[in-house]
Design a protein around this ligand. Structure first.
Ligand code: SAH
Length: 472
């Protein structure tokens, strides 16, 4: 296989990142923008020892599972890696990705369960009873327009127009994406107003290249149930000239609840800085999950897909198996979403989270919802929990973890095992690190019982998972 060679490839599999995989003369190639079942004409762009990469030139025979990507810039943007795959197959792709990671990385005896999640009782073979089901992905009714949050860089496009969108691959140019199909319809009007305000008052966007300019990103959050809107401009400075005029223009839009600035003067690709300056409102919006109302500040984490979040937390609640008597810990608790969702069914819940504003939100959320049996702690879960355990020697009945992509810290897992909970519920956004942690827990007396993928990110390759784990 040589670079620049043109080959015909039948796509037989897909990688975790959503690239099609097919063989040319027995040599595996990863090819972006192809889906399982396509026959494609491909140009080889990179050759390694045992595999290579190809660029799609032409689809010769489309896969029966291929659909036309509705977004005209899907290929350039790359945020929706699965747009060309039917939604049904996307859900299957995610179930398989989770299964594959748990098997390969976690060494777990998992199998792909069929569409009716059933109890593997006596009716099944005894070997099957030891196997762990990975259930079919719980999907969305409408996998479009679901995101409640958008963070767009601001800058100039190739023609020198001021736009908001995404960075064109490996450049400092921005491609306009002001009406993303997985984002809220309201974003477009908001972005139009911010950009025209910037043009009218000659406010420069920040340049990654030079570190000059003011406006870096526009962050928008919309409360799904409440319709409340937050607009936060991330700026390379401490004030926005004519900020009052921006407020006036944005307030003409419905639902505008919070308008603020976030100060980020570092030369970094981290989007948000620490300081928030309010221009209008209290500095947060509200939304509901189930019948609990949450206040959400700009720097607080909140799941991006509100409808699926409710399904995910309902699963977590089911797996927690609460009767009202349990002591529960919710680690990586954010604004207390899972904690408060569980609190009404438990004796008490204690949450730990690293972002101080999120804990302020969590405490406020408990109070606003009349929940008195929840306490929250600021700090790293892997430091706070061991410290409290050392001091109190406390036990837990159920522990929930919901870490960021890198998974749980080893010190945290060790403390969890010492606290001897009957059950652990693991909510994960990365099944590779989940697999690593489940393997460790398995070696320390905690058996994985079942695995439920939930699709929070339709059109994209990421997959959320909820796992029930029990003490042997
Ligand atoms: N359970 C919440 C938040 C999950 S996201 C929800 O469903 O909304 C993961 C959270 O972990 C984020 O809020 C992040 O700020 C927090 N976090 C990241 N590293 C952490 C650490 N080492 N200790 C505690 N919290 C951490």
């Amino acid at each position: 296989m040589n670079k620049n060679e043109i080959v015909t490839v039948t796509i037989e599999d897909m990688s975790a990142e959503g690239e099609g995989i097919g063989k040319a003369d027995g040599f595996p190639l990863f090819i972006k923008d192809t889906v399982m079942g396509d026959v494609a004409l491909v140009k080889v762009i990179k050759v390694k020892k045992t595999f290579g990469f190809g660029r799609l030139m032409e689809i010769l025979t489309p896969s029966p599972d291929r659909v036309e990507a509705p977004c005209p810039i899907a290929r350039a943007c790359g945020g929706c890696q699965l747009q060309s795959l039917s939604y049904e197959k996307q859900l299957e792709f995610k179930q398989k990705k989770v299964w594959n990671n748990l098997k390969r990385i976690g060494g777990l005896p998992v199998y792909m369960a069929d569409n009716v999640p059933r109890d593997l009782g006596a009716a099944q073979g005894s070997d099957l009873r030891k196997m762990i089901p990975v259930y079919p992905t719980i999907g969305m009714e409408n996998p479009w327009r679901y995101r409640n949050k958008a963070q767009l860089p601001v800058g100039y496009d190739r023609e020198g127009r001021l736009v908001a969108g995404f960075y064109a691959g490996r450049t400092h140019c921005i491609v306009a994406q002001e009406d993303c199909l997985i984002a809220n319809e309201r974003n477009k009007d908001i972005l139009d107003r911010v950009l025209s305000f910037m043009k009218d008052y000659r406010i420069e966007p920040y340049s990654e290249e030079t570190g000059q300019g003011l406006v870096r990103h526009i962050l928008i959050r919309v409360g799904y149930h409440t319709g409340e809107v937050m607009v936060c401009l991330v700026i390379n400075g401490r004030s926005l000239p004519r900020g009052e005029e921006l407020v006036k223009r944005l307030l003409a839009l419905p639902g505008m609840t919070s308008i603020c600035l976030n100060v980020n003067r570092e030369r970094t690709n981290v989007i948000l800085g620490k300081e928030i300056i309010n221009l209008y409102g209290e500095g947060y919006i509200r939304d509901r999950i189930g019948d609990v109302t949450f206040r959400i500040s700009p720097r607080s984490f909140f799941q991006v897909n509100p409808i699926q979040t409710e399904k995910l937390y309902t699963k977590a609640l089911e797996y927690a198996g609460l009767t009202g008597e349990e002591t529960v810990w919710d680690l990586y608790c954010g604004i207390g979403t899972i904690s408060l969702f569980l609190a009404r069914n438990a004796k008490n819940v204690r949450g730990v989270e690293i972002v101080p504003e999120a804990i302020a939100d969590a405490r406020n959320n408990a109070e606003a919802n009349g929940i008195t049996n929840a306490q929250f702690y600021v700090g790293k879960a892997e430091e706070v929990l061991p410290a409290i355990y050392e001091k109190e020697r406390c036990r837990a009945d159920v522990i929930v973890v919901d870490p960021p992509r890198k998974g749980c810290d080893a010190a945290l897992l060790e403390t969890i095992v010492k606290m001897e909970p009957k059950r652990v519920v693991y909510v994960s956004c990365d099944s590779a690190t989940l697999a690593r942690d489940l393997r460790w827990l398995g070696e320390h007396g905690y058996e994985t019982k079942c695995v439920q993928p939930v699709d929070m990110f339709g059109q994209g390759v990421h997959c959320e998972v909820c796992v029930k784990i029990e003490r042997v």
